[in-house]
Structure formats: structure tokens, C-alpha cells
Design a protein around this ligand. Structure first.
Ligand SMILES: *Cc1c(COP(=O)(O)O)cnc(C)c1O
Length: 400
């Protein structure tokens, strides 16, 4: 409470200074309402606590004697890419550099990812599955981290909960806290090679449980689950009516002869959303490329609209500020009643595409971009003008 008051006072003081001595209007009695977001018990604050692995690591780093006799050995953080011995494949670097130089990839891509990349991933992942993934089954994300964000966000509904492994990867819990999604934990059993305590899943789940997270190969335990174990997990998920989020960012990174089996192999038993990433296997975490693969041959996630939610989530993007908005004076036009009609008719007669304002919350406005070469812009404006002249009402007063 005290911090809220102090913050409000500080805000008022800053306001006074920046406002050149003009008295600031009084604050609302409750203080700034957005201060609620950072109060102790809020989801944001809780998520901050959960995400403090980095903070703890920095604190430990700060304890190192500055002029100790030996070099500091960082064995806490798993990012081999900082060491030259762990450089990714030259072919991968060349491909990215070449793609960059074509200048063809600087545009806004589709929110769900470029079709060619999605297709390539679908083919790559289908090799280890008993069915084919299609381009539409792949969503590209900014690393495995955004894949987690997307999935947790679309699953978060008031009153629902999710099952997470303990020990586990902290990002799930942090993301759930951000979304006010209740977390329930099940144990991994060290004596059984860190297998999931399958029986406990049934005892902690209820009718509000939507999903469980399975990490394979496992971070932090390093275990790789057998075919039989994964099948058993799928069967329990089916019994509980929940989907399996299979975090497979370490997919195929196995030692010895234990094979990596993707959870999607059991997608016909219970639907699976598989999370993958270039970060670990290709040692390029800075490239921020990950994905969600929908391994659901029975199309249950499509019917339940989870796929639509994922698509919508990824399509929420910012547009650049290279637009002007123009208000339509429909009173002056014959037979055109709103902005959508205006845009459709214009497209039909003049092959000019404008964005109707109603999709942006501005009914009967249109949005025109000027992020286009100037001759096309001039041509477009000319066509819009002739369209308006052609549709001008004939019997207007005052010479209009
Ligand atoms: C590293 C990691 C991620 C995140 O992947 P990025 O591509 O680095 O964002 C997700 N899950 C697990 C288990 C990880 O170890």
C-alpha cells in the first residue's frame, strides 16, 4: 500500500516538473489504476517471482571474487553457443545469409509463419510419425518460449487448471501465473528414470483440467521416455479428457541407444501439441525460431476451436504507422451505405484495395497506406477520385 502512495506522489511530482509548473489535475482517489498490476498478490508479481532463476544466477555470479586466481567456470546456464566449439552448421548459416540477401524476407510474414517453412517442418516431423502432418499443422513461433506463451494463453480460461511436472521447466509456471491459470504438479519419480507418476495424474486432475505438460527428452532430469511410458501417459490423458503439451525442444538429442519417440506417435489416443525449437539441437538460441506442431490425426483440437485460437493469437500483430485515415462522407455518395460496401465496390470497379475503418473500430472511415511506390499511390488516388465522382449523388444542394 505504502509503495502505491509513494508512486502516486512521485508521479504527481514528475507531472508538475514536466508540465512546466502548470498544476497537475488531481489524481483519482484510488491512485493510478494500473498500479494494481504490480501489487504483491497480482499475477504479474507472482510470475516475476517464478522467473527469478536468472536473478538468482546473477546474484551468485556477483558473489565471485573479482580477482580470483582461476577462471570462472559457468556450469549453471545451458547455452553452448557462446563457445566457438559449438558453432551451428555452416550450411544453416549460409542459407540464412543467402535468404537475407535476396531482400525477399524483410516483409511482414503471415502471423502463423511462412508457408514454405511450415511445409518443410511438416515434412521433417512427419518422418517420425505414423501419419502425415500438413502445412496447416505447423505454427512458427519466436523460439520454444513463444510456443509456450501461445499454448498457455489459449488454454487459460477462468477456473481451469493445468498439470505440470515437478521438477520442471520454470517458464510454464511463469506463463500460467501471467494468465491466472491454476497449476497443479505431478511428480517425476527418480527411481524410475524420472518417469511421470501416472497414477498421481488421476488424483490431481478434475473436470477443470485442460492439459498436461510432458518434457521429453527431459529438462532438467535428462531422461528419455520409453514407447510404453509415453503410451501409458496418452491413455491417461484420454481418460481424463485432456490434451498433452509435449515439450520436445530437445527432440533427437539423446545419448547412447535410447531412441527419441515423439509424443505425436500417440496423437490418435489423445491430441498432442508438440513444441519444438532450433535453439538446442542446432545451437542457435539467438535465432528465436520455434514451432507448435499439431499432432492430432482425429482433428479434435480443430473441432474444439483450439486451433482457431492459436491462429488468432499469432495473427494479432502490429501494423506499421504508414497510413492515413479518411472519413467517408457517405451522404454525398449514391447507393453506398457503409465503409465495407465502399471498399468492396471500389475493389470491383477500380481494383484498388483499401482497409475499411470498421475493422479498426472506426466505422465509415477508410485507411490508406502510403507505404507503396509513389506512382502506384498517385494512380490509386486518381482511381479513388474517379470512383467518388462517378458515384456522387446527382441532386445535391449547394452545387455539390
Ligand atoms: C530451452 C527450452 C525451451 C525454450 O526454447 P527456446 O527456443 O530457447 O525459446 C522450452 N522448453 C524447454 C524444456 C527448454 O529447455
Amino acid at each position: 500500500m505504502a509503495t502505491t502512495v509513494e508512486n502516486s506522489l512521485a508521479a504527481a511530482a514528475v507531472d508538475k516538473v514536466i508540465g512546466n509548473g502548470k498544476a497537475a489535475p488531481p489524481l483519482p482517489a484510488e491512485g493510478w489504476r494500473f498500479c494494481r498490476a504490480s501489487r504483491e498478490q497480482s499475477a504479474l508479481a507472482a510470475a516475476g517471482d517464478k522467473m527469478s532463476i536468472r536473478a538468482v544466477r546473477f546474484k551468485i555470479m556477483a558473489s565471485v571474487e573479482e580477482r580470483g586466481p582461476r577462471p570462472v567456470l559457468p556450469l549453471a546456464h545451458g547455452d553452448p553457443s557462446v563457445f566457438p566449439a559449438f558453432r551451428t552448421a555452416v550450411e544453416a548459416e549460409d542459407a540464412v545469409a543467402a535468404a537475407l540477401r535476396t531482400g525477399e524476407f524483410n516483409c511482414y510474414p503471415a502471423g502463423v509463419g511462412m508457408p514454405a517453412a511450415r511445409r518443410a517442418l511438416a515434412e521433417h516431423l512427419s518422418r517420425d510419425l505414423p501419419y502425415e502432418l500438413s502445412t496447416d499443422d505447423i505454427f512458427l513461433t519466436a523460439g520454444g518460449t513463444q510456443a509456450i506463451e501461445v499454448i498457455i494463453s489459449v488454454l487459460s480460461q477462468p477456473g481451469t487448471n493445468i498439470l505440470l511436472p515437478k521438477p520442471g521447466y520454470p517458464n510454464y509456471e511463469a506463463r500460467a501465473a501471467f494468465n491466472n491459470l491454476e497449476v497443479r504438479r505431478f511428480d517425476l519419480i527418480p527411481e524410475k528414470g524420472w518417469e511421470i507418476d501416472v497414477d498421481s495424474l488421476e488424483s490431481i486432475a478434475d473436470e477443470n483440467t485442460t492439459a498436461m505438460v510432458l518434457i521429453n527428452p527431459n529438462n532438467p532430469c535428462g531422461s528419455v521416455y520409453s514407447y510404453e511410458h509415453l503410451q501409458k501417459v496418452a491413455e491417461v490423458a484420454r481418460k481424463l479428457g485432456i490434451l498433452v503439451i509435449a515439450d520436445e525442444v530437445y527432440g533427437n538429442l539423446v545419448f547412447g541407444n535410447s531412441p527419441f519417440i515423439p509424443m505425436g506417435v500417440f496423437g490418435h489416443i489423445a491430441p498432442v501439441l508438440s513444441i519444438g525449437s532450433l535453439s538446442k539441437r542446432w545451437i542457435v538460441p539467438g535465432w528465436r525460431l520455434g514451432w507448435v506442431a499439431v499432432c492430432d490425426p482425429k482433428k479434435i483440437l480443430q473441432e474444439s476451436k483450439v486451433i482457431t485460437s492459436i491462429t488468432n493469437f499469432l495473427n494479432v500483430s502490429t501494423d506499421p504507422a504508414t497510413f492515413v485515415q479518411v472519413k467517408l462522407n457517405l451522404y454525398l455518395l449514391e447507393g453506398i451505405h457503409d465503409d465495407i460496401e465502399f471498399c468492396c465496390q471500389l475493389a470491383k470497379e477500380e481494383s484498388v484495395i483499401l482497409c475499411p475503418g470498421s475493422v479498426l473500430g472506426m466505422e465509415n472511415w477508410v485507411r490508406i497506406t502510403f507505404a507503396i511506390d509513389s506512382s502506384s499511390l498517385q494512380d490509386g488516388l486518381k482511381r479513388i477520385k474517379s470512383f467518388c465522382q462517378r458515384h456522387k449523388k446527382k441532386n445535391l444542394l449547394n452545387g455539390f
